[in-house]
Design a protein around this ligand. Structure first.
Ligand code: DC
Length: 227
């Protein structure tokens, strides 16, 4: 879909590559809105967990897609996810919800529902949007597309530290295994697999600071803007 009015930046990549931190930073610098699409898949996953619906139950998922109303609002510039009117933002970043999101997100009905919501947001305002299929499916006309990655070990270590700060007792080994499993699921699914768009710039953040990555993306954006 051609998007003539708003300017969008797409950041895709595997779990734990630093997408949300970087995307937030870039959005702040440019006064764009940051859209975390993983949180939408996680909200859907939370609904499935609560309703005891298996990701392998297509009829259950179809019904869930009709019944789960997912809405995005912004409070003090921070994205909040409402699930049937309840603010579930603080419940989304657990391993259980992440694993369910990875298992249920290949479902085409889930993807169609959430892609439409993401495209609507990007049509309304300038966004930095992160996810798995933003450059390839959701915003194919994005002005800048970044494929942000890092080694499995680096990504596991980052998520481990993040979870430890929240007081969660998950081992590094468990997280490494989860990341590997999630990469495999995200890369090998039939619908919208995780892959680098042809016109995306590859950035490996393993040996880079947050600031270096953000500056690199901002300089790519400014180059495009002046081109
Ligand atoms: O980025 P995250 O860990 O919050 O994403 C959780 C899961 O949601 C991830 O395993 C795959 C899925 N996802 C997706 O399929 N497409 C997106 N655009 C974003 C996330």
């Amino acid at each position: 879909m051609k998007n003539a009015v708003t300017t969008n930046i797409a950041i895709d990549g595997p779990a734990g590559a630093g997408k949300s931190t970087i995307a937030k930073r870039v959005a702040h610098e440019l006064s764009f809105i940051y859209v975390d699409t993983g949180a939408m898949y996680r909200a859907m996953a939370l609904y499935l967990i609560r309703q005891n619906i298996s990701p392998q139950d297509p009829a259950g998922i179809e019904k869930a897609c009709e019944q789960a109303d997912i809405t995005i609002v912004y409070e003090d510039g921070e994205q909040q996810v409402l699930l049937n009117g309840e603010n579930v933002t603080s419940l989304l970043r657990t391993e259980e919800v992440g694993n369910m999101a990875s298992a249920s997100s290949p479902n085409p009905k889930v993807r169609r529902k959430l892609t439409a919501l993401q495209q609507k947001l990007a049509r309304k305002t300038d966004v930095v949007m992160d996810g798995r299929d933003i450059g390839t499916q959701v915003l194919p006309d994005a002005k800048v597309k970044i494929y942000l990655t890092a080694s499995v070990h680096t990504r596991a270590l980052r998520r481990y530290q993040e979870l430890q700060e929240k007081g969660s007792a998950v081992s590094l080994e468990e997280i490494e295994n989860d990341i590997q499993k999630r990469d495999e699921q995200d890369e090998n699914r039939e619908n919208s697999p995780l892959r680098q768009a042809e016109d995306a710039v590859l950035v490996d953040s393993s040996e880079m600071t947050i600031d270096q990555v953000a500056q690199k993306i901002l300089s790519i954006y400014r180059e495009r803007e002046n081109a």
